[in-house]
Design a protein. Structure first.
Length: 319
C-alpha cells in the first residue's frame, strides 16, 4: 500500500469523520451514526472456506477500513474501500468481500456453539450448515471511496459487467439473476457537501475545484481559516486526494508533526508549480515546431524572446 493511500485511510479512520462520511454520503446528512457507537475492527484476515467434500481453501481478505456500528441492541459492519484508480471488477470484488465477511460471521457463530457445548443439541441440518436455525448475521455496508483524477467509467453494479444481450432486458430473467451494486462515493462529484458536519465538507469542496487552479485558489482563500491550520494527518491526506507529489514529498519537521500545517502555502506552491510546468510545456511545443522548420537555437531564442540557454536546454530534452 502506498504512503498516499495509507494517508487517506488514516484520515478517514478518525471515528468522528468516519461517522460523518457515511452519514453525509449514504444517509443524506441524517445523523444515523454517532462516533461513540463505532468500534474499529481488524480489516485483514485469512478465512478457510470449506466445500461439500470438506476440503478447505484459504482466502486472504484485506479491507481498507472496517468498523462495527452498535446502535442500541443492533450491530452493523461499516467497511470502506479507498481507490485512487478505477477498479473495473469492483462490483464482484465488493460482493466477494461482503460474502467473506458473512462467512467469517458464520464461522464465529459456530465457534460460539462449540465453546458453549451446544453442538450436540443442534439438528443434523444445523450441523451440516455449521449455522443454527436461530443464528443471525450482522449486516455489512461497504462504501467505495474513489478519489482518482480520471472519471469513474467502470460498472457500478453486477449487471453492468454482463455482456450486452436482450435476455437481461426481460424482467423474467432479472428475477432469477441477482444484481449486486457498489455504494460509490466519487470525491470529485459529491453532490451536496452541506450534508457533512466535519472537515469533510471543506475537503470535498476542495476536490470539486482540483482541476481548475484558479477555482482551487479561490476556494482555499474563501476557507482560509481552515486550510491555514490543518494537522499533519490531514495535510498528507489532502496531498494524496489532490494527487500532488509535491505535497506528498514535502518533509514535515518532526517538531511540527503534532502541530498544525499551513495548507494554503502548499496549495499556492502546487498551483504555481503546475502553472510553471504548463508554461514550460507550451514553450517546448513552440520550440519543437521551430526546429521542424529548420530554425537554429539562436533564431528560436530571438523569435520567442527567451534566453539561448533556456532554448538550448529544451532542444536537448526534445532530442
Amino acid at each position: 500500500m502506498s504512503k498516499g493511500h495509507t494517508a487517506v485511510n488514516e484520515f478517514l479512520e478518525n471515528k468522528v469523520r468516519y461517522a460523518d462520511f457515511f452519514n453525509g454520503s449514504l444517509f443524506q446528512g441524517q445523523q444515523m451514526i454517532l462516533p461513540e457507537e463505532l468500534e474499529v475492527i481488524k480489516g485483514e484476515s485469512d478465512i478457510l472456506v470449506e466445500d461439500k467434500e470438506e476440503s478447505t481453501t484459504e482466502v486472504h481478505r484485506y479491507r481498507d477500513i472496517v468498523m462495527r456500528w452498535k446502535k442500541s441492541i443492533y450491530l452493523v459492519v461499516l467497511a470502506c474501500e479507498t481507490q485512487s484508480e478505477v477498479h473495473y471488477a469492483m462490483p464482484v470484488r465488493k460482493m466477494i468481500y461482503d460474502s467473506l465477511s458473512y462467512q467469517d460471521q458464520i464461522k464465529k457463530k459456530w465457534e460460539e456453539h462449540e465453546l458453549k457445548g451446544e453442538v450436540k443439541q443442534l439438528s443434523g441440518a444445523e450441523y451440516l450448515s455449521r449455522f443454527g436455525k436461530d443464528d443471525k448475521l450482522i449486516p455489512v455496508i461497504t462504501a467505495v471511496f474513489y478519489y482518482g483524477t480520471k472519471e469513474w467509467d467502470g460498472s457500478v453494479d453486477l449487471y453492468g459487467m454482463f455482456a450486452e444481450h436482450g435476455l437481461l432486458d426481460q424482467d423474467v430473467m432479472r428475477k432469477y439473476i441477482p444484481n449486486y451494486w457498489i455504494n460509490l462515493i466519487d470525491a470529485e462529484n459529491v453532490e451536496d457537501i452541506e450534508c457533512f458536519q466535519t472537515d469533510l465538507k471543506e475537503i470535498f469542496g476542495l476536490m470539486k475545484c482540483r482541476k481548475d487552479e484558479q477555482a482551487l485558489m479561490n476556494y482555499m482563500r474563501a476557507n482560509e481559516n481552515y486550510f491555514r491550520h490543518v494537522d499533519n494527518e490531514t495535510y498528507r491526506a489532502i496531498g494524496e486526494l489532490l494527487q500532488s507529489k509535491k505535497i506528498l514529498e514535502t518533509e514535515v519537521d518532526k517538531e511540527e508533526m503534532e502541530g498544525e500545517q499551513d495548507m494554503c502555502k502548499a496549495l499556492e506552491d502546487m498551483c504555481q508549480h503546475a502553472e510553471e510546468k504548463g508554461s514550460k510545456l507550451k514553450l517546448k511545443e513552440q520550440v519543437q515546431k521551430k526546429l521542424q522548420k529548420g530554425c537554429s537555437v539562436a533564431e528560436i531564442a530571438d523569435m520567442l524572446e527567451e534566453d539561448v540557454e533556456v532554448i538550448a536546454a529544451l532542444v536537448k530534452e526534445i532530442g
